[in-house]
Design a protein around this ligand. Sequence first.
Ligand SMILES: Cc1ncc(COP(=O)(O)O)c(C=O)c1O
Length: 368
Amino acid sequence: MGMNIIPMARPQMGPEELELVASALASGQLAQGERVRQFEDQFAEFVGAPHAVATSSGTTAIHLALLALGIGPGDEVITVAFTFVASATPILHVGARPIFVDVEPRTYAMDPEQLERAITDRTRAIMPVSLYGQPANMPAILEIAERHGLAVIEDACQAHGAELAGRRSGSWGLGVFSFYPTKNMTSGEGGMVTTSDGKIADTVRLLREHGMKVRYHHDLLGYNFRMTDIHASIGLAQLKKLPAANERRRAIAARYTEELVGVLPPDERPGAKPVYHQYTLRVRRRDEFTDGLQARGVGSSVYYPIPVHRQKPFLDIESARVSLPVTERLVEEILSLPVHPSLTDDEVGQVVSATNATAAELGPWVAE
Ligand SMILES: Cc1ncc(COP(=O)(O)O)c(C=O)c1O
């Protein structure tokens, strides 16, 4: 059948990306070099963080942030299970214990009250996730962290340019970002650690490159988690387009929230400017809802159907044997609609009418 389905993402590569990649290739400098440094400087400035260190992915950014904080066996890191698995797998890789707390039902982010109750004398760090492009409650989380002397890593892998109280995601404590192709901006693959702490930034740089500051002198056990100049070139071009792309995402989201009927839209945190990496509803009868959208030419997706504490690598982890009622309910009800900036106004209209028709057919959302 020939119907075109409106897709969940459409990465936009234009002449700016092509030109920068071509000049990187022509220069012969392919691995980490000047382009990576430029990308780090411009990204740090954009976020409002004094330091940014580029990595090979968001996952390796999280891994290095944990290592730079000295987190390892015997330590606990408090995070959420309502996220992509890679928020938590690096906690296992460094040998620490993930402690999962529940999320707020309308912003989908870490519940600060649950956080406070989960702190023990083994807690070393807190990792809230600014999921779908909406900042977690960073002021409340920082206040708790300061009171207990804990580090904070904001997983901002989906929150490039998101703001809360006039500050951008990644400027509170440590921030970690992903530049995977479907993100609000991409480098192909890539990641970034942002921080105001120059010592942490130095340690991340060392760990990223075999513990090496002076060529072939290895000061600590490191990795090759570098970004290439080819990927940084894509990232530089994409960073320039990010503010306009985020504004377009916000405008589409505003129209959805205004016009959708019979579903539960996401809440905006007071004082926040989310960048809508995803626009995520709660619906009844989700499988049928997905089919109803598909039949009307609209793609949709579930991010993510299984919470992290129920994923196979975590089933043998004692600290992951917890019950998280909000998380466990949300994973049954959430559904993300296309919200990427290349949607035309007609496509946005089609998403609205398909969603409203499907909700009317299946019965409206009702609060319990
Ligand atoms: C919330 C979150 N954390 C971590 C990651 C890991 O990033 P990457 O895929 O670049 O390794 C992603 C993205 O995939 C993500 O969405």
